[in-house]
Write a protein that binds this ligand. Sequence first.
Ligand code: HEM
Length: 593
Amino acid sequence: MTTTVNTNTLGDAETTPKDDPLEIAGGATAKYVDQRLGSNRFLGRNLGKVFPDHWSFMLGEIALYSFIVVLLTGTFLTLFYKPSMVEVMYDGAYVPLKGVMMSEAYASTLDISFEVRGGLLIRQMHHWAALIFVAAIAVHMFRVFFTGAFRKPREFNWIVGVTLTALALGAGFTGYSLPDDLLSGTGLQIIRGILQSIPLVGTWAAFLVFGGEFPGTDIISRLYAAHILLIPGIILALITVHLMMVWTQKHTQFPGPGRTNDNVVGYPLLPVYMAKAGGFFFVVFGIIALIGGLVTVNPIWIFGPYTPDQVSAGTQPDWYIGWLDGALRLMPNIETVLFGFTISWNVLVPSVIIPGILFTGLALYPFLEAWATGDKREHNLLDRPRNAPVRTGIGVMAIVFYGILWIGGGNDIVATTFNMSINSISWALRVLLIVGPPIAFIITKRICLGLQRKDRDKLLHGYESGRVLRLPHGEFIEVHQPLNYKELAVIQGKEDIAVLPAPEKADADGVKNKLYPIHNLQHKLSSFFLRDNVDKPSKAEIEAGQAHAAHTAELEAPLHDYEDLDQDPVGHGGVLHHPGMAMTNQEQIDQRH
Ligand code: HEM
């Protein structure tokens, strides 16, 4: 068998394949493509790329795969859905609505549900995939946040992620509105209220979006364009940018044996990740198909068509919009009339100002944290959440804040389910919204610090085995076990960052430090972030601690020998003796001196 090496026009090596027909065909195809695209060099360079392995890195993949399912199922729906608000009389298969006047959009959604073959399955898969998409994004974002994966050099990718979150909410909301049923129409009515609450331009903005008075006849076709073209197009482009950045910046990894800030320990893309990712796509697809086939979602035929003078009772928006609804429900009714203009704080604050602050804070967080801690280094090793207690506390605080608003969005359901007054629930939630997050912050921070202390203890003394051993001279010791190399590497991966020094008001020559207030703020913030952290012991201390743990474990070894022999080690008193160990109290005292 000969191997001929030529150089093609792109300068790459050409190899004549062997005798296997598959290899010959594959090789010929690769050559054909390579001669036109120069792809061999690119693939050769990239297919062996190493990715670190951790279950939490799968969360981004779930977001990606559910988005693909959204695209596929959504394309199917566009074949039958009519984005039109023209009034028609329903004459389809769903008998309870026969003869009812409704928009073509609503009628076509009923047709997809009852008459198009597989239509309901695909509709439900689309809806479930969208719900899972947003959930996966949220959990993926938590993973990135709590492990500090957003730190230098990944801050831009974090911003791309925050934009993707906002777009996913937009995609969800615009899609939710398309069936033009009573539930989604009520949601649009709320959007109109929100737009109108914007000072000065509110009324104009609402007219612009709805093409005149609410609900008008344009909004569904406008939402359709945004839902199937604009938003998915931008999401697709941004996902591409997002993944390209993950590719070029390389993936972060958790601390572990052999892992440093400058290397990546894991498996190559081909064949390991190709197989894993391909298989995982079908798992996600299969689960969404299963849920779509078994669990009803958004049964629009129950709600009926939208009419502006009706509101559906006891209905809820999709989970990711629930917090905004809750914010609206919890806000007290405050309005101000200024120069003849009404400012509706009751709508503006919960639906524009709070989400605006949250999303801006989220986008800027990497920069704020880097500034506050003074940590400008590159981080390719992830933090364990316990090692960044303030960050973890802030994250949990945000989740609690969100959770309380979310419960607020279902205050009517809570009231009817538990037979409670809706006003009492709203008041309790208002109070909780203010006191709950700080309490969550304090508890989380304390738990993190407790875990840090436990880690320090493990480094200094090894594991507490829980076994007490009596030595020949009468002393009782608790046997400690040294850590295994993996845990040792994980715990030692903690990075200690010093609090920024307090600035001087003036230098030695008495020249005033003009930036004193800013530097002082930075010093205080860095102290807030870092001062309570439990320092990692020095290398020598760790080695001594582990050696001591190994020594106590060794003292116990003969006991295990006896156990192995299935013999009672000592008939009376459980005393073990090792060579060189004190036998009497006097010997023990002598040894101590
Ligand atoms: C359409 C939504 C999204 C998709 C499809 C997506 C997909 C992915 C994938 C597949 C990865 C690599 C695996 C992993 O670390 O999980 C990744 C990494 C990353 N994502 Fe996302 N993501 C999305 C949204 C977000 C959001 C909302 C954020 C944050 C606000 C974010 C921030 C990041 C960062 C910083 C990385 C790099 C992490 C590292 O190297 O450890 N992503 N994303």
